[in-house]
Design a protein. Sequence first.
Length: 372
Amino acid sequence: MMSLAPTNGWRARAGGLSVKLINSCVRRAADLLDGREQLIPRNPAPRDGDLVVVRCLAGTGAYDHVEDSAGMPVKLYPGDLFVATLGTRRSGTNLIGEVPTAPVAAGDRLDLVAQGGLVARCTAVPAYYGTRALPLEVVGFPADVAGRVRNIDEAPVVPIRDSRRPRTDTPVLFVAGTSAEVGKTTLVCRLNIVAREYRPGLRTAAIKACGTGRAKDVLSYRAANYDVVTDFVDAGMPSTYGVDPHRFRAMLHTLIEHCAERVDLIVVEIGGDFLEARAPEALEIMAEIDAACVMMVNDAMGALEGLRQLRELGRAPLMIGTFRQNLHALADRLAVPVERVINSTDAAALRRLLDATCPSEQTAGLMAGAAG
């Protein structure tokens, strides 16, 4: 039998073995690892979200840290055991890893493909890493008494509802970008910091809609003082690469409804670019619910393609954000008014964005007067 109980402060016990950490994609560890599970040597049908105990085989790799259950990065050393999560990743700027379709057993090799503790068979590492993915050895799989491997979808923080479309009058702002590392999370956080001063009574929520699961982004949202913070991992998905589109849509509908019941404004971040990890479906939902949008960009050519795709959905971004480009040059190249192109940290521009997305009574009156 396998049991997890605190030892030596931050360590835990796993089937008589000392495991260094439980990864940050396991949001409700006490419900999945409650002392009644067993550690089995073989997973006959591996799937995203399955828990697996692995042994670190090297001291260096593309990632040599894993976020623990509190979201803290913990350095890994050869011989360390930890509880990981099987997960697919097809990042445009980072590693690609695929969950095996064949059975996986103790002694098999996997790789660490994301800092949130996702493991898979790595198929590509960008050259700039200068190294391979960190190799891991499978030790076993936590399973229930019937031998079913534990999966994070068994203990979601926000259970997915059977909802075809979120029912809400709450304003929703989507933040999408033409690439990873373009400043989406920075804008989401800075927006709420500005809102706390500018609109102190406004209750706000932040959602990470898609991408690779980890704690870093949701912890950033919390640090920026959002009232409600959630992500796809809370709904039982370690990543959204390869997720069934109907399940993804139900998940995002659920998270939006969950937040709408609690706040006055919802900000939804689409991870990565427009192309993968169910970002196209997230953008379709944005259009269906008539949500507002900010598009973050690194360059004019990427911005032109983003604008084209948004036009196909019948949407235009309220603003185009950047933190690297010359605002006037970018506006000229995109043929848009310079007032619509903003630096993602500019407080005055973010106040205008708030007013456009979620008008106060005073702002709504001014807008109505202008329209008249």
